[in-house]
Design a protein around this ligand. Structure first.
Ligand SMILES: NC(=O)c1ccc[n+]([C@@H]2O[C@H](COP(=O)([O-])OP(=O)(O)OC[C@H]3O[C@@H](n4cnc5c(N)ncnc54)[C@H](O)[C@@H]3O)[C@@H](O)[C@H]2O)c1
Length: 334
């Protein structure tokens, strides 16, 4: 009998790619997503259309914060792997609409934890973010670094999710891995993120807004490399023994946080150059100050993930950007 997984946020950028990978490996995958209008729902529907072509995929629509929805679903299906990716994402939008982060990220994650308490999977995995490192300046970011100064409400809700999950892991013995993702990009990517916005503008001959006058660095992570990291980490179920000195394992619970990043930060202007090379067009840049909630740099220390999952593939930014631009031109026929 094939193994059963539940992926929340399956119509989203990362959830879609993860579902495809699990299905290709023979898993039965149930995907729950509310297809929220935070960005173009046609893109989410197009991702779901692809997933529906797979026999092992079951689609469910609903909000994770709906009382008992997840508890009933997990009681019915008893997934051995649960990957919770549904969330209200985005740093900037959390300044405009903080309540949606309370509902999706705080209440939604609470409902997921309650469901896992009632029907424990073998491994519960959840998305956090590099944004939890906030005002930290010591680079690269290590999971064991203190991370108490979030710069946006989005990041604060994700830090809260880490703490909520740690307490459930402790109280109910739920093996839990929290991922801290670092600026994920690639085909089928998110319209609210820089690569999508810049590519779209450059292809239309419109200017792009470059924040902090271009003095930014991001540890961009190519989607296939990230999914490889998730799949390998799914085998590294947290127990009671730390794996080496870099482990963030809780002293009281089978719970850890793990960075999934490329480990090689890229300067924003080099990133723009990669878009120019892939599109064959010059970008007209408008320099802007730093945006509220944002941080100038992110850089993942990969020691822990390498100890748990081995060395991961690291797609070069120029190749990854070219694959995104090829997808974008094909999908939007431009
Ligand atoms: N993409 C990145 O660079 C990045 C970086 C750090 C962390 N993350 C985290 O990874 C996860 C996946 O991110 P993504 O880039 O795929 O984002 P995404 O917005 O493309 O995917 C999230 C999905 O969740 C769904 N959703 C939102 N609120 C919901 C709710 N209340 N109930 C049910 N479904 C809901 C949305 O419809 C969407 O399809 C998120 O938790 C995000 O915070 C992403």
């Amino acid at each position: 009998m094939s193994k059963r997984a539940l992926v929340t946020g399956s119509a989203g950028f990362i959830g879609f790619h993860l579902c495809r990978r699990l299905l290709a490996e023979g898993w039965q995958v149930t995907g729950l997503d509310a297809v929220t209008p935070y960005y173009d729902v046609a893109l989410k529907e197009a991702r779901l259309d692809r997933l529906r072509e797979e026999a092992g995929f079951t689609e469910l629509r609903g909000r994770v914060e709906t009382p008992d929805l997840l508890r009933e679903l997990m009681g019915r299906e008893k997934p051995e792997l649960v990957v919770h990716l549904a969330a209200q994402a985005g740093v900037r939008y959390s300044i405009e609409a903080p309540r949606s982060y309370v509902e999706a990220n705080l209440v939604g994650t609470f409902e997921l934890l309650e469901a896992a308490r009632a029907h424990p999977p073998k491994h519960l995995m959840m998305a956090s973010t590099s944004s939890v490192y906030g005002a930290n300046t010591s680079m690269p970011y290590r999971e064991t670094d203190k991370a108490d100064t979030q710069m946006s409400f989005y990041a604060a809700t994700k830090k809260a999710n880490e703490a909520m999950a740690q307490s459930y892991a402790h109280l109910y013995g739920l093996p839990t891995t929290m991922f801290r993702f670092f600026t994920v990009y690639g085909p089928w990517g998110r319209p609210d993120m820089a690569l999508f916005k810049f590519t779209s503008a450059v292809l239309k001959g419109e200017p792009i807004e470059v924040y902090n006058h271009g003095d930014m660095m991001r540890d961009f992570t190519y989607i296939d490399d990230l999914v490889e990291g998730i799949v390998r980490l799914s085998q590294a179920v947290p127990g009671r023994e730390p794996v080496g000195t870099a482990d963030s394992l809780s002293p009281v619970a089978p719970w850890r946080v793990v960075n999934i990043g490329n480990g090689q930060p890229v300067k924003l202007l080099d990133f723009v150059e990669a878009i120019e090379a892939a599109t064959g067009r010059q970008a007209e840049k408008i320099m802007r100050p730093m945006q509220p909630g944002d941080v100038p740099a992110t850089w993942a220390d990969a020691t822990l993930i390498e100890a748990l999952a081995g060395a991961l593939p690291r797609t070069d930014i120029r190749d990854g950007v070219r694959r995104f631009v090829d997808w974008y031109r094909d999908f939007y026929r431009v």
